[in-house]
Design a protein. Structure first.
Length: 180
């Protein structure tokens, strides 16, 4: 297993959209293992492949107290079923920043496991919030996109001040991530 580099906001590759996984092989298995190791080491509770510069619809999540219940979602499709609630969110790609975001309190998830087997899941509370956050990444959206431009500028300045970002004003349409 290997630790992967996590892209940091405002890296333009964070706004690329991930492509569906079509091949379920050892390469995918290694990606899932490396993503899990990276997420746990960060430490975090969720990680999307796009955050490690892989444009595939792959998410790993572990919201358990002891981080011993890894969940893998390949090609996830969500349907929001609960009311919208505002929660405080953080992100491994936006280190040290916590902002309020409105999300569905419950979601229905259809996905594939790492072997390509389909499954469905009804999620609520933290898992529902986390899966929505990670699927946003797959769809080319970062949680700070829900903020006003003024607040996004403040986040960028905070990251620059804290040494996590180049501080450049990136055009998210100019760079593309590889679909390896």
């Amino acid at each position: 297993m290997a630790l992967l580099d996590i892209l940091v906001y405002p890296d333009p590759r964070l706004w690329n959209k991930a492509l569906p996984v079509e091949v379920f092989d050892a390469t995918l298995g290694k990606l899932v293992e490396d993503m899990a190791e990276t997420m746990y080491a960060a430490p975090g509770i969720g990680l999307a492949a796009i955050q490690v510069n892989v444009a595939k619809r792959v998410v790993v999540i572990d919201t358990s107290e002891h981080q011993d219940r890894l969940q893998v979602f390949i090609n996830p499709v969500l349907t929001g079923t609960g009311k919208l609630v505002e929660t405080e969110e953080g992100c491994l790609s936006v280190p040290g920043v916590i902002v309020p975001v409105k999300r569905h309190s419950e979601v229905h998830i259809s996905a594939l496991d790492k072997n390509g087997n389909p499954f469905e899941l009804h999620a609520s509370d933290l898992l529902a919030i986390c899966i929505q956050h990670e699927v946003d990444h797959l769809d080319g959206k970062v949680f700070v996109d829900y903020l006003s431009q003024l607040k996004r500028d403040r986040v960028r300045k905070q990251l620059l001040r804290d040494g996590h970002s180049s501080g450049k004003s990136f055009d998210k349409r100019k760079e593309h991530v590889t679909a390896s």
